[in-house]
Write a protein that binds this ligand. Sequence first.
Ligand code: DX5
Ligand code: ZN
Length: 223
Amino acid sequence: MTENWIAPSILSADFARLGEEVDNVLAAGADVVHFDVMDNHFVPNLTIGPLVCDALRKHGVTAPIDVHLMIEPVDRIIPDFAQAGANFITFHPEGSVHIDRTLQLIHDEGCKAGLVFNPGTPLHHLDHVMDKLDMILLMSVNPGFGGQSFLPSALDKLRQVRKKIDDSGFDIRLEIDGGVKIDNIREIKAAGADTFVAGSAIFGKPNYRDTIDQMRSELAQAE
Ligand code: DX5
Ligand code: ZN
């Protein structure tokens, strides 16, 4: 069985104390650092780039860093993120003219690669690239901001992608991003996810360990 990963999104962290925030959330039991990159073009917000990823590595962060690119185009910046210490790099099919080439580029740079689907993006983009994917990320909100509500249509999409992964036989993680909370993580797990991004649910509460522990206990009870 694939291990469940909890991936706090640093979008909701205090950026003025980012190194400390990341240290604290990892000490509280997080598995992966989810790193949201926005360009004020593909999405209506602007965040952080490779310099900040590199700064976290220099600060001493050794956990996997999961870079979610909400940018367009994507290829130019991928080597910079690889150099800055990213482990996973995921991008939206709308952000690349040549999806297969971009997946190959991420692998050539020594990182794991994934495709991200907005709530309204169809799954057919998966059809010819399953063998090149390490991760599939389903958005359960429209990307751009933390703190939005989980869109229930993501549950059915998760079930569809879970089946595609299982039928393919490939080792691909299924990640969900947007509106994940203690009170819905169990049904999200039951629908097929194994990697859970949570921003406001974790950084919005004073005790990160309490939230992560409660999420893990909900996950343990999923069907
Ligand atoms: C949204 C980002 C998410 C966001 C999730 O565009 O991709 O990673 O930070 O935040 P919450 O968990 O608050 O919905
Ligand atoms: Zn994200």
